[in-house]
Design a protein around this ligand. Structure first.
Ligand code: ZN
Length: 381
């Protein structure tokens, strides 16, 4: 695999950086708000190299960069990150990266940053900073696959709905929110979960004149990390530090708290009560007049957690609380059907059981769901 022809263009509202990747039918590009042009570096391929790692692993292919890559980043990737991720991903071969030129930055960045989606994990990271009296001036809002496939009309609507909410929350917390978009999702064949940390961090690397430290919120606590392939959250805590370079240190955060502990940690904050956004069905949420649809899996998980913590009533601005009981019952019954749950769902189900909130009707519904599923399977045969 080869990347070349790095270009930097100024458009009306954006800065655009793009490259040619020999296995892609069109250019891979990123756009960054024009207002933050001074933070954007023009010469190095670092951001693109990080974005291409999932493709290298998927195809067991080496990468050649026809340009400049940060020397420290290149060493980290070749000696630590790629060998370890190749084992986790069960690749037959460990792909390697080589570059025409390497350099070491003399940059004196001093800002610390993090992503700001208004989800439980990003709020936890932010309030960890606030509690430690660490000031965060610039946060990022990333659009590189988490809102849907690039270019689709529904992706644009979902992104805009979530962006407006996050922008209001950021303003209230006296932070500037930098939006970075990419068309990388139009080339990704595997699910977003299996590449999201890398794709998101590739966006951040375009701001190479801004941050000295960037904190990426891992979905799991350190104890819950499984080091298995699939969702990158399984290995974030172990491997993300190896995506650091001579000018930017990447850290995985919120590792000391499980999802339920994070929800408890942030749930008394006014900003969280007014802007929390966990929904995977944002178009339905928009139609219903709330930031969260209040019936998808993630809404159910969060509403159930808040109810367990006795804080749900404070979230009437972002959830339709009238839907809670039905959503919760369906959620518990669905859990009971699963043979193996991810650590987040397992923790919630265990807590529900401890509080004796899983009752006969849930087992009965689970039994009926399973029966229907089996009948469908037989009819298909
Ligand atoms: Zn939802």
């Amino acid at each position: 695999m080869k990347i070349s022809h790095l270009t930097y263009t100024q458009e009306e509202a954006h800065i655009k950086r793009s490259v040619t990747v020999d296995i892609f039918p069109s250019a891979l590009f990123y756009t960054i708000d024009r207002a933050y042009e001074s933070f954007v570096e023009k010469e190095t391929y670092d951001a693109f190299v990080i974005a291409l790692i999932p493709f290298m692993l998927e195809n067991s292919e080496d990468l050649y960069v026809d340009g400049t890559v940060d020397e420290v980043l290149l060493t980290h990737l070749n000696t630590q990150f790629l060998p370890q991720l190749a084992v986790i991903s069960k690749c037959k071969k460990t792909p390697q990266i080589s570059a025409k030129h390497t350099h070491r930055s003399k940059s004196k960045n001093s800002q610390i940053g993090t992503g700001f989606s208004c989800g439980v994990d990003s709020f936890t990271t932010l309030y960890d900073f606030i509690q430690s009296r660490i000031s965060v001036r610039y946060v990022t809002f990333l659009d590189a696959g988490s809102h849907g496939k690039y270019g689709k009309e529904h992706t644009k609507q979902i992104k805009e709905f979530r962006r407006q909410n996050a922008a209001k929350a950021a303003q209230g917390l006296d932070m500037e929110m930098i939006c970075i978009s990419s068309n990388i999702s139009s080339f990704v064949t595997s699910s977003f979960e299996s590449s999201h940390s890398l794709v998101n961090l590739s966006c951040v690397y375009h701001l190479s004149n801004l941050y000295s430290d960037y904190y990426y919120s891992s979905a799991f606590s350190e104890k819950q990390s499984t080091l298995k392939g699939g969702d990158t959250s399984n290995w974030d805590s172990l491997l993300l530090p190896y995506i650091s370079s001579s000018y930017l240190t990447i850290k995985s955060t919120a590792l000391d708290k499980t999802r339920l502990q994070r929800t408890a940690f942030i749930s008394e904050e006014n900003t969280v009560q007014n802007y929390l956004d966990v929904c995977t069905n944002s178009l339905l949420a928009k139609e219903r007049g709330y930031q969260n649809c209040s019936s998808c899996h993630k809404c159910a998980k969060t509403m159930t957690s808040l109810a367990l913590l006795d804080r749900l009533s404070q979230f009437g601005n972002v959830f339709d609380l009238n839907r809670y009981v039905a959503t919760r019952d369906m959620y518990i019954s669905t859990y009971l059907l699963q043979k193996k749950l991810n650590p987040i769902d397992q923790e919630i189900l265990d807590t529900l059981k401890e509080k004796k909130e899983v009752v006969l009707k849930h087992y009965f519904s689970a039994f009926i769901f399973r029966l229907k599923k089996n009948v469908k399977k037989i009819l298909k045969k």
